[in-house]
Design a protein around this ligand. Structure first.
Ligand SMILES: *Cc1c(COP(=O)(O)O)cnc(C)c1O
Ligand code: SF4
Length: 355
């Protein structure tokens, strides 16, 4: 963490920047800070200005343009916080933000308004308030700990948070969202694993977008987590010029399966301010999904979702395999585009059978 690249000087001494990157890096200090771990930086192809790793973490001038329809808080989280740092959008689960810092900063971060400490808005966190809220809301059975990156907290702090959650009888499912296994695989230490083992069952969702990110070190870190009995999922963001090609997504998802990580969600990029150069259309996303489903291992195919702008939550966006639907039949197409009919059971048949 101490050796991260955080200034223009540090970046420029290691990488010859394009004018767009240079200008973007100067402006980054006002919005989302520059931060790149040595592990992740070393994956950058220094001769390729379009390197998919570089595109994710090196700021660009385009970030300071706000395209029409882009939002500060694209998922409407601020308006769904009953307690600072606790987002309660779905009936039975909450998102608990425990820090605003990450090991590296993704330029498309959906929470860039509060992450990194560089922007105007600050993330306020009230953990005691969150624990009290959860005790008073026994309908919440699932807590997703995120941030920022929760694995930046010390082992002792994580132990304490997990312990406090485990004291609440209605909280049965606890998971962490973290990009640390990818940005800083060294963080997955025996001591950290001991904390996780203590608070089983615990699930972790990692975040990776490109097969280059799954290095030997990352694979080993994921192996340590899996060996500790932690089921692993992955969330990817569909990004223009990073992973918007079927071969890239397929290679990433296959590699993840071999690391015992199940691709969970593929996100349509949120309407975050300054993200237009990284966003694809939903139609492109659906076409990519169509080229995965049925063409490769089902476990390797995540659910493609868009966070309903303004606070709709995750909405699966297909593609749909239902071509038509009437009262007595459903017309389906398979992965090759061939059409099949599934006749619906009718209530009269059911009652006839009953006699
Ligand atoms: C993504 C998210 C969750 C978890 O959703 P799952 O579909 O159960 O993974 C919970 N709360 C918020 C606010 C979220 O954005
Ligand atoms: S790791 Fe997650 S929270 Fe942190 S900058 Fe990247 S997308 Fe944002």
């Amino acid at each position: 963490m101490r050796n991260r690249i955080q200034t223009l000087e540090q970046l420029e001494s290691r990488l010859s920047l394009t004018p767009e990157e240079r200008a973007g890096t100067i402006l980054a200090g006002k919005k989302l800070a520059l931060g790149i771990t040595p592990h992740f930086f070393n994956l950058i192809d220094r001769n390729d200005p379009d390197c998919p790793i570089r595109r994710q973490v090196v700021p660009r001038m385009e970030e300071s343009n706000t395209a029409p329809d882009e939002l500060m808080d694209p998922c409407g989280e601020d308006s769904h916080m009953p307690v600072p740092g606790l987002v309660h959008r779905y009936p039975d689960r909450v998102l608990l933000l425990v820090t605003d810092r990450c090991a590296s900063y993704c330029r498309y971060c959906t929470r860039s308004r509060v992450v990194s400490g560089a922007g105007e808005q600050e993330l306020t966190i009230d953990l005691e308030g969150a624990f009290t809220y959860l005790k008073r809301h026994p309908e919440v059975r699932d807590v997703l700990i995120s941030g920022g990156d929760p694995l930046l907290l010390s082992d002792a702090k994580l132990d304490q948070i997990l312990g406090r959650l485990r004291e609440i009888p209605s909280v049965e499912f606890v998971r962490l969202g973290s990009r640390i296994p990818v940005f800083l695989p060294q963080r997955i230490t025996p001591e950290l694993l001991a904390v996780f083992r203590k608070h089983q069952p615990l699930w972790i969702s990692i975040h990776s977008n490109h097969p280059k990110e799954i290095t030997r070190e990352v694979k080993e870190a994921l192996g340590r987590l899996a060996d500790a009995g932690i089921p692993l999922g992955n969330q990817s963001v569909l990004l223009r010029g990073v992973n918007d090609q079927v071969e890239i997504l397929k290679e990433l998802f296959h590699k993840l399966l071999l690391c015992r990580v199940r691709p969970y969600y593929l996100y349509q990029c949120d309407l975050i301010q300054g993200s237009a150069h990284l966003r694809t259309t939903i139609r492109e996303g659906q076409e990519l999904m169509e080229r995965l489903r049925g063409h490769t291992t089902g476990y390797a195919v995540p659910t493609y979702v868009v966070d309903g702008p303004g606070g709709g939550g995750k909405i699966p966006i297909g593609p749909s395999y239902i071509v038509g639907m009437t009262d007595d039949r459903v017309i389906l197409k398979n992965f090759r585009g061939d059409v099949y009919e599934y006749p619906e059971i009718s209530h009269s048949i059911v009652s006839d059978l009953r006699g």
